[in-house]
Design a protein around this ligand. Sequence first.
Ligand SMILES: Nc1ncnc2c1ncn2[C@@H]1O[C@H](COP(=O)(O)OP(=O)(O)O)[C@@H](O)[C@H]1O
Ligand SMILES: [Mg+2]
Length: 285
Amino acid sequence: MSHLETTAGTAATADTSGTGNAAAITIRGLSKTFRDTRAGGTTGGEVRALDAVSLDIAAGAFVAIVGASGCGKTTLLRAIAGLETAHEGTVALDGEPVRAPGPDRGVVFQDHRLLPWLSVADNTALGLSALPAAERDERVRRALALVGLTDFAGAWPAQLSGGMAQRAAIARALAARPRALLLDEPLGALDAITRLRMQTELERIWRVEKITMVMVTHDVEEALLLGDTVVVMTPRPGRIKREHRIQLARPRDRESPVFQDLRRTLLVELELETPPPAVAGDYAI
Ligand SMILES: Nc1ncnc2c1ncn2[C@@H]1O[C@H](COP(=O)(O)OP(=O)(O)O)[C@@H](O)[C@H]1O
Ligand SMILES: [Mg+2]
């Protein structure tokens, strides 16, 4: 199938044209085991959150990671962010090992994590205190314009809708001029309509910023709408089951038969849908 090129265990071909400031991310043999403390730590059980995960993310790519709850998506993203360092294997940004969080990686979580006592502009400026005031103001202005919140610079987080608060969280992450933006189910808490609008916005921001985007989602359609590559993960232990290169033109048409075929393929891989019968004649109408 020309629209879906499956690569299992091989590096995705890099298309780095026009991505001067974007970071390539290399993950090798990443494994992480948590002690299961749900029974008060008395069971001694362990959870293999990630098991030998390797992934090549080209500079400027949009990679969507899809998988059921508990398959290690957040753990993987936290490792790239440098928030989770006690693991086996390596994560590198342009070959430099990741050891801690840094301004080269912006992170957006499902909840916006804005500080309620600061205005939208001041929240956006949070990571920029080392900069001269003029440059800080310019960065905040640009980031808010990029997410469509110019008119809400002086608003309080409590005055924002869910979608606007997520825009502010994205602005805050972008203001530091990261080379990669890491998004953990950023639209997961939004209503369906706002979510559709924000998916379009994320694609636009990615196009304008030309940075690497790694987005975790449990929504197969969202992954197909936005990803150049869709990575399918499966739980217990958390592994990459498959990588799909999605070669559909943008903006993608979620009603198209090809899109729907891809969607079905991914759902089968996630074991959310039974595969179609191998022999059509088995099913009488
Ligand atoms: N801090 C932690 N302590 C114990 N277990 C954890 C911790 N963080 C994650 N886990 C477990 O690791 C597995 C993967 O978690 P996570 O990366 O959050 O998955 P996902 O984001 O795909 O839902 C889950 O079984 C989860 O319960
Ligand atoms: Mg998660």
